[in-house]
Design a binder for this molecule. Structure first.
Ligand code: FES
Length: 157
């Protein structure tokens, strides 16, 4: 269950829209931020708040890259696998991340800190190869830079 304060905030925002559907992504992200991922129960909760069916919310949840229907690590790494990054070293970056985290793409490290996922172009082609961690961009990636970034997150965890 959502805390009363968050639930009331969402209800207030939804009440001010022409159609609750406008806020479906915001609502899903708010529930995800609270629960850590968008579980089936959270989909039902979002649907109830928005006056939509769970199936309608589910369809949007699976379409949107930054909604997680499975548990994820504290830090979600989205490594860009689109054309420019692919030409500028995506494969090496992806392999290095997999090696350092001891996971495959789609996996979560055993310490629960990092989940590695692919993403389409994130608009930082001039800094390729690039990735996002919790939606913040890191570009011009090299093994040394990746080591520094991962270390920074580990030390903050
Ligand atoms: S192709 Fe990777 S950021 Fe554009």
């Amino acid at each position: 269950m959502l805390p009363d304060k968050l639930k009331k905030t969402l209800e207030k925002q939804i009440a001010h829209t022409d159609h609750p559907r406008e806020l479906v992504v915001d609502a899903m992200l708010a529930l995800q931020d609270h629960y850590g991922y968008l579980s089936d129960a959270a989909v039902e909760e979002a649907a109830s708040l928005l006056g939509m069916s769970a199936l309608e919310v589910e369809e949007l949840a699976t379409f949107y890259t930054f909604i997680y229907r499975e548990p994820v690590g504290k830090y979600v790494i989205h490594v860009c696998d689109s054309l420019i990054c692919w030409m500028d070293g995506y494969e090496s970056v992806k392999n290095y991340l997999c090696e350092k985290l001891n996971i495959e793409v789609g996996g979560t490290s055993t310490d629960g800190l990092f989940t590695l996922l692919p993403v389409c172009c994130i608009g930082y082609c001039d800094q390729a190869p690039a990735m996002l961690i919790n939606r913040k961009v890191y570009g011009d990636l090299t093994p040394e830079k990746i080591d520094q970034i991962l270390e920074k997150f580990r030390s903050e965890a």
